[in-house]
Structure formats: C-alpha cells, structure tokens
Ligand binder design. Structure first.
Ligand code: ZN
Ligand code: ZN
Length: 375
C-alpha cells in the first residue's frame, strides 16, 4: 500500500476509534469515588435501575454508560418498562436494544452491563435482572413475568415499595413472595427511603438495593451528593460475580450520605476506610488534652457520637469527611488516674444503619498515657 494512503487510513481509523469512544471520553472526568474492598470481596458500585428513550426516559442507552463512567460506577442495568412505552411511535418497541446499543460503549469504558427490564401492575413494579431477552416480558401479567424470570434464573427486585403510597404487604407482593419470586427490594429509590419496608429485608431474607431510577439525564452533581448506589461485595468484578453476590445478599445501600447494610459489611467498610493516626496518645500539661487524628481514605462521610468511654475521658461527636482527616479533641478530667491505660472508645456511626433503629458501633482501641497534673 502506498505510504500516504496508509497514513490516511491510519488517521481515519484513529478518528473512527475516537468517535466510537466519544460518548465516554469526551470532556468528562471520572469521579474516582473510592470505597474500600472488604475481606474476601471487591466492593462494586452499581445502579441497577435506569431508563432510556426505549420506555419513558429521555436519553439514549450509551448516555447511561457515559454517566456511569463519569460517576465512578462499576456496573449498571438499563431497565426500560415492558408496558409503559410512550415513545413507541418514534422509538421501536424493541426492549433488547438498550442492552445491545450500550454494550460496546460499556465494554470500552469497563462498565459491567446487566440485562434488565421493569415490569408492573399499577403502582407495583419489579426489576428483572439477568433476563435472557427483555422483549419476552411484553404483554405478560406481573406475576407471569416474575414466573418467567424465575424460570430464567433472573434476579427479581421489588422496586420503590412506597412510590405514591405507603408501603404495605400488598396482596400481589404476598402472592409473589409465597411463590418465592422476589429476591430483593429497593430500600432506596432516587432520594426516597422507605422506613416502613425496612424490616422486610431481614424478615424475608431479601437483598438490599439502592438505585437511581433515573429518567432524565443524570446530573453531574446529584442533589448535593453522590447518586444512589447499590454496593455489591463480589468475588469477581464481572456480571457473574455480581449475580452471585446479589443472590447471596452481599450488598449495601448508599444514598443521601447514609449507608444501610449488615453489621459485618458496614464494619468492614469502616475498618477499610478509617485509620487512627495516633493511637498512642499522651495527655499532659495543665489542660491534659490532645487531638485524636482520624483519616478517611473513602468517599463515605462518617458521622459519629460517643457511646462508651472511661468517665474521665472527654471526646465529642463529630464527622470524618470523605477523603479527609479529622482532629477530635480528646481530654482527661481532673479525676483521670495517672499512668498508661489501654482504653476502648465505642462510637456509634449514626449514618451507617445495620437494622431498623440500630446503627453501626465501632471501637477505637487507644493507649492513653495520663501524666500527673502539673501544679
Ligand atoms: Zn418503577
Ligand atoms: Zn423505573
């Protein structure tokens, strides 16, 4: 091949490659959104509920991938409605297309794409994840759709249990539950949390999900914080790993600066993120006080209050900001016994919820040396 033609071909290839990658790479920066892995598992940041123009959303499927990349996510699912498709005069009613269209962009961006579809009966909606073909669910009743999903070993989530109504044990949900057709529930959808439904997570042995249900373009800044995220503790960072973790109930919800999950998982997140820089401290001088330095290597904010400590020690409530350090004033009262003490301070992390009405409690082991009071 002639040299200049070859160069021209190379350049046009490069332009084509760039164009193909454009939805993800153009004028965007990725939010690293660091979260710690926990022992044995990788922590994946996921949103399993998004819409596109193929149902009642406002964006093209590749846009969902670009947003996920920008927002630091590892996985998404596009779950257009089977049964509410107001754009069908303009956009073909082909519910397998969002996954197909988004797949190449997801592969390039390193985003794991999970096939999904949302089915409904009135205000009762469910997401069917890992289905073979979303089109097969068009025209089915809610329960028949769930039965079909089960036959495909799909993962079924009861969506937004309190959407436009107070969550109740609705007859159709009871029926689905009795037939073992539901495995998870959205404890958080968008900015809504459903306290009335929270006890069902433990009672029904369901998996916690937290999704955006975004219809419009996802804003770069989500109501002042990060977008709703389902944290998945997966053995492998791929679709199979996510699937296994969802069925095994290894997830947590992260939205509005709050986290909901099991005690074990949330404790592991705290331990992976927060370090005490000076765990051996000396309280000396006339004021006998010092600063306890806590650092946070994650994007979580931890708010805490003190639950238990030696009476002679004072530590106020505070918060450790994302990717930050926090200096907590620690002081000894006049009654403090002089000497070297092994002390455990018990903190309640008030925005980390392990059960209805119960927050995560963590311990800070410290060596505190109290010097005799100066005269
Ligand atoms: Zn819905
Ligand atoms: Zn939806």
């Amino acid at each position: 091949m002639h040299q200049t033609r070859r160069i021209a071909l190379l350049i046009s290839c490069a332009i084509l490659c760039l164009a193909a990658f454009a939805p993800v790479a153009t004028a965007q920066q990725r939010n690293p959104l660091p979260v710690p892995n926990i022992p044995g598992y990788q922590t994946l940041k996921c949103d399993f509920h998004t819409h596109t123009v193929f149902s009642d959303g406002e964006v093209w499927p590749t846009t969902r991938v670009a947003e996920a990349w920008r927002d630091g996510l590892d996985a998404i699912s596009i779950t257009d409605h089977a049964g509410y498709n107001p754009n069908k005069e303009d956009v073909a009613l082909k519910l397998h297309r969002p996954y197909e269209i988004a797949s190449p962009a997801a592969a390039q961006a390193g985003i794991i794409l999970i096939p999904g579809v949302e089915v409904m009966e009135g205000l009762i909606h469910a997401n069917l994840l890992f289905v073979n073909d979303p089109n097969q669910f068009l025209g089915l009743s809610f329960l028949d759709a769930l039965r079909k999903a089960r036959a495909q070993n799909a993962f079924v989530v009861w969506n937004h249990p309190g959407w436009r109504q107070t969550p109740q044990w609705f007859p159709i949900i009871a029926q689905a539950y009795d037939e073992k057709l539901i495995q998870g529930m959205e404890l958080v959808n968008g900015s809504d949390f459903y306290p009335e439904a929270y006890p069902w997570i433990a009672e029904k042995s369901w998996t916690i999900l937290c999704n955006s249900d975004v219809h419009s373009p996802m804003p770069a800044v989500y109501r002042g914080g990060t977008r709703p995220i389902t944290l998945v503790f997966a053995r492998t960072a791929d679709a199979a790993g996510i699937r296994e973790a969802l069925f095994a109930r290894r997830t947590a919800a992260w939205a509005n600066g709050e986290v909901w999950g099991t005690e074990e998982h949330l404790r592991a997140l705290w331990q992976g993120a927060v370090k005490v820089e000076n765990s051996t401290i000396s309280l000396a001088g006339s004021r006998r006080s010092t600063v306890l330095r806590l650092t946070n290597s994650s994007a979580f904010r931890f708010r805490y209050r003190v639950r238990n400590k030696p009476e002679w020690l004072t530590l106020r409530e505070g918060q450790v900001d994302p990717l930050g350090a926090f200096g907590a004033q620690l002081s000894a009262s006049r009654q403090a016994p002089a000497g070297r003490h092994n002390v455990e301070i018990e903190l309640e992390v008030t925005n980390f919820h392990v059960a209805p009405g119960r927050n995560l409690q963590v311990r800070l082991p410290l060596v505190v040396e109290v010097k005799p009071e100066a005269n």
